[in-house]
Design a protein around this ligand. Structure first.
Ligand code: PLP
Length: 398
């Protein structure tokens, strides 16, 4: 019974396991332990006060009014830290939006296209791009440039970007397709403003905001920058003020910007968590160090796959587009018995999240995600298990 749970995506290791739960889930995911401790300390101060009988009691972040001076400071600091970590130039606004990544699928065309006739080009390299187009079709006229393999419906490459319709209001792309494992390590440089869904790779690499002509970049917090419930949307100021008249206020960038992110009740706790994550990134060495870690962690597993003589495989063959955040891989060509045995073995050693349930159905691929909460040491442990499992179950001298 217990073993079964590991096969259907449970995140609880066996009772007999002692040690850290190594969570490779694609999201929501574990924050670094240092961040979680800091969140506990700073966002639940009221609890602390009661416990330790502190003489200068204060309210927890979760108790603060979004219009209070105290929360105002948290909000301001959070924006300042996001700017510092992501090296965001002054001509951009940093907005905290609601509705997750999906909210932005609608908000982008509603803010950048004045009417449904306005054209926008969507570069589609995976499942999230497909979803974004489906939303965009309601609010603009998307032109799709897709790398979908017509034979089997998979996405394993990126498309050619030479013929972008110059009348496009924007060019949209997902910089890291979380499910498919395709990542733009560097954004393309196009003459039309770029809109980037960076939900799963935000804060894992620097962005060349001006060089890549970034118009909008958004990331839901649940993958690599915090806790679900808030989304960071970075908008270049010259793109404000041109929303479709039907754009709901809650999705409207100009309203959000002019109200200082306080048009309605902002996700106060989640904003504080983002701030604490950003602080942690700076303390650990900043965005370039985060990129180094993402490369080192993912490379460790890609190396095991490469050397496994086909026992493991990953669908993306071009190393220039292999994701450093989410690595899909199969075990023995997707053999059900061996895949299940592999899942149980990793689970017994404290590794969870390799098989998750997605809205896109069950695939033969497992997936290892390398967000900030995943230590390099956890990845080494996964690599060792992969090697010993392959040795046991194949003839490959790994
Ligand atoms: C998870 C994810 C989304 C969806 O975000 P929600 O917050 O669930 O709406 C969108 N894009 C990418 C790349 C994602 O990884």
């Amino acid at each position: 019974m217990m073993k079964q749970t590991s096969l259907v995506g449970s995140l609880v290791p066996p009772e007999t396991y002692i040690g850290p739960v190594m969570n490779f889930s694609p999201g929501p995911t574990s924050l670094p332990i240092a961040v979680e401790l800091e969140v506990q300390k700073r966002c639940f101060a009221q609890l602390e006060t009661m416990r330790e009988k502190v003489t200068s009691p204060r309210l927890s972040t979760i108790a603060l009014s979004h219009r209070s001076h105290e929360f105002g400071e948290i909000l301001e600091e959070s924006i300042r830290l996001v700017r510092e970590v992501m090296e965001i130039p002054d001509e951009y606004e940093v907005l905290f939006t609601t509705g997750g990544g999906h909210g932005q699928f609608a908000a982008v065309p509603l803010n950048l296209c004045n009417s449904k006739d306005d054209k926008a080009t969507y570069i589609v390299t995976g499942t999230w791009g497909v979803r974004a187009v489906a939303e965009a079709e309601k609010y603009c006229t998307p032109i799709t440039i897709s790398s979908k393999n017509q034979d089997d419906g998979t996405f394993t490459i990126v498309p050619n970007l030479d013929n972008i319709d110059p009348e496009s209001k924007f060019v949209y792309l997902c910089s890291n397709e979380t499910v498919n494992g395709i990542e733009y390590h560097k954004l393309p440089e196009l003459s039309v403003p770029l809109v980037v869904d960076a939900s799963s790779d935000m804060s894992s690499k620097p962005i060349d905001w001006r060089g890549s002509n970034v118009g909008v970049l958004f990331a839901c917090a649940s993958k690599n920058i915090g806790h679900p419930g808030v989304t960071i949307t970075v908008v270049r100021k010259d793109l404000l003020g041109n929303a479709n008249p039907l754009c709901p206020g809650i999705l409207n960038y100009t309203i959000t910007s002019e109200s200082g992110n306080l048009w309605n009740t902002i996700a106060t706790f989640n904003v504080h968590v983002v701030s604490i994550v950003m602080e942690w990134i700076l303390k650990e060495g900043g965005i370039h160090e985060m990129e180094r870690r993402a490369i080192a962690k993912s490379q460790k597993i890609y190396d095991v796959i490469e050397k496994s003589g086909g026992f493991y495989s990953t669908p993306i063959s071009d190393p220039n587009y292999r994701s450093r955040m989410n690595l899909p891989f199969d075990v023995a060509g997707g053999d059900e018995k061996l895949t299940d045995a592999f899942l149980i073995e990793t689970w017994e050693k404290g590794i969870v999240g390799l098989r998750t349930l997605t809205p896109f159905g069950v695939s033969k691929y497992l997936r290892a995600s390398f967000y900030h909460g995943v230590d390099e040491e956890y990845v080494s442990i996964l690599a060792e298990i992969m090697i010993s499992f392959a040795k046991k179950n194949s003839d490959v001298p790994l």
